[in-house]
Write a protein that binds this ligand. Structure first.
Ligand code: HEC
Ligand code: HEC
Ligand code: HEC
Ligand code: HEC
Ligand code: HEC
Length: 386
């Protein structure tokens, strides 16, 4: 008799403990951010745990690929000039969630996030031959990345080698139009150059690993101590641009009536041509000679890809170059690790002392629809009291 009752109590208390554990874990789960099944989740959700990576990404051009006023301006002009024909083309790369939801009018919040976390981390394959749809996407509960073997309370993880290769970036950073003209060639320039041969990928230069927390400590005490810089810097970063070109005056030769300056321009730090990217960018090499008598002489060399339209007119705006039939009439951009020797003649007599300066300048003057300042004086009152 005694024993039976004791047994019952034991069962009951075990049952109660069970309920307690269950409800505790249920309420814990409720507080966790929700990852969507079979579709894309907002960057804000990822950012609740991946706090540092979110901050880096949020300040990048990838996060602004739709809001970016330079893109917006070119897009509006291209849209107008082609009666909307270029819509899908432009939006695809700048708001890639549209590969999945076809929301080309940008009605959904997730589409407007541009090149968002969950787009990149749902990519499981890239097929360059399929130009209209190069990405294999598997959105949902598994997030792909470079590490593997990690446990997260809200999603599974899977390691894919693809994340550490240039192919991952290449499907967006290369565009050849239907006439076979390469308008955006960053990936193919890299592929043809010395960095690809040495196995140095886009990520090595644009997403270097640095100390940081992969997730905030209240989510998990992680063993991972390095994160990739998701701020991905390029032509909009002064530091990055300065790394690219080295300029060296090799020789200043004097003749009775003139002087000859030789300058070496080297693409020392860029993994692709300089300049690269959309066609309107150029590098200008300025060589100036200043005499002790106060004279200032200047010569220039310009490095760029020249696109010419049907009427023989050069396209200087990206919006024109991207959506009109064109041919490349010249391309003297500097290849990765290439050194270009340039010569300049200045007519200054031998007996005048001179200072020679050579400087490369990155020039990019994109169109931006001017913001109008609105300032309207509203109800006002004034009183003078003595
Ligand atoms: C343009 C694509 C892209 C976007 C956008 C992007 N990532 Fe990544 N992410 C990568 C790549 C590529 C790597 C691996 C780089 C490597 O290993 O060389 C990576 C690595 C990671 C890792 C592993 C740790 C690390 O840093 O190596 C985490 C976690 C991660 N990303 C989370 C995020 C989150 C969260 C966001 C949004 C706030 C985000 N990513 C946005 C491409 C992207
Ligand atoms: C509840 C917190 C939480 C949320 C929300 C979250 N993650 Fe994670 N994530 C983690 C944890 C924890 C890890 C593993 C970290 C470790 O073990 O070092 C992880 C790992 C990762 C990795 C690394 C995978 C690898 O093997 O390289 C990627 C990529 C990633 N998350 C992407 C995302 C993306 C994209 C989102 C938003 C759609 C997201 N995460 C939302 C907690 C979270
Ligand atoms: C889904 C398409 C897509 C993918 C994938 C992608 N990018 Fe981009 N990237 C873009 C677009 C679009 C922009 C331009 C955004 C804007 O300014 O409007 C951009 C901008 C950039 C810039 C320019 C930043 C600046 O300061 O000028 C760099 C650098 C860059 N991406 C590197 C990478 C690297 C490295 C990868 C691979 C890890 C990658 N991207 C993957 C579409 C993509
Ligand atoms: C050896 C390092 C290195 C490698 C590898 C590299 N880049 Fe760059 N990248 C740079 C530097 C430095 C700049 C800044 C100067 C410039 O604009 O070329 C830059 C600029 C850029 C820009 C901005 C162009 C502009 O003028 O705004 C984009 C986009 C870009 N890289 C994408 C890529 C992609 C995609 C890959 C891989 C296919 C890649 N890069 C490989 C170093 C590198
Ligand atoms: C194949 C993918 C792709 C397509 C298609 C595409 N873009 Fe882009 N776009 C990019 C990438 C990648 C960049 C990043 C910077 C670079 O390489 O110059 C970019 C950059 C830009 C920039 C410069 C942004 C800045 O801040 O400097 C403009 C403007 C632009 N694109 C307009 C357009 C327009 C308009 C269309 C449609 C006619 C279009 N793009 C179609 C991938 C694409």
């Amino acid at each position: 008799m005694e024993v039976k009752i004791k047994m019952k109590r034991w069962y009951i208390s075990l049952f109660i403990i069970g309920i307690l554990i269950f409800s505790a874990s249920a309420s814990f789960q409720k507080e966790l951010p929700k990852i969507e099944k079979n579709t894309f989740t907002s960057a804000k959700v990822c950012g609740e745990c991946h706090v540092e990576i979110y901050k880096l990404w949020k300040n990048s051009l990838h996060a602004m690929s739709i809001e970016d006023p330079i893109f917006q301006t070119a897009y509006i002009i291209a849209f107008k000039n082609t009666n909307g024909e270029t819509k899908i083309l432009c939006i695809r790369c700048h708001a890639p969630i549209t590969y999945f939801n076809k929301d080309y009018d940008l009605k959904q919040e997730i589409t407007k996030e541009g090149i968002t976390c969950d787009f990149c981390h749902s990519v499981t394959g890239v097929d360059f031959k399929n130009k209209d749809n190069p990405f294999k996407l598997e959105p949902g509960l598994t997030k792909n990345g470079p590490l593997g073997g990690l446990l997260s309370p809200v999603h599974k993880t899977r390691r894919l080698k693809l994340f550490e290769t240039s192919e991952f970036c290449g499907a967006c950073h290369d565009y050849t139009d239907p006439n076979g003209v390469t308008l955006l060639g960053t990936y193919s320039e890299w592929k043809a150059g010395p960095y690809a041969k040495d196995g140095i990928q886009c990520q090595d230069c644009h997403m270097p690993r640095k100390e940081g927390a992969i997730v905030s400590a209240d989510v998990k005490k992680s063993k991972v101590k390095l994160i990739n810089d998701h701020n991905i810097q390029g032509g909009h970063s002064i530091d990055q641009v300065k790394k690219a070109i080295r300029v060296e005056i090799k020789d200043v030769k004097r003749y009775p009536d003139k002087l000859r300056v030789s300058v070496d321009v080297t693409n020392a730090g860029s993994g692709h041509m300089v300049p690269t990217g959309t066609p309107s960018r150029k590098i200008v090499l300025d060589v100036t000679v200043k005499t002790t008598t106060g004279q200032l002489l200047k010569e220039q060399r310009v490095y760029k890809k020249t696109l010419v339209g049907a009427g023989g007119m050069e396209f200087t705006k990206d919006s024109d170059a991207m959506c009109n039939k064109s041919v490349i009439t010249s391309d003297n951009r500097i290849k990765p690790k290439e050194t270009r020797r340039e010569g300049f003649i200045f007519y200054i007599p031998q007996d005048v002392a001179v200072t020679v300066t050579a400087q490369a300048i990155y020039q990019y003057n994109p169109e931006i629809i001017q913001q109008t300042d609105i300032s309207i004086e509203m109800g006002k009152d004034e009183k003078v009291s003595r």
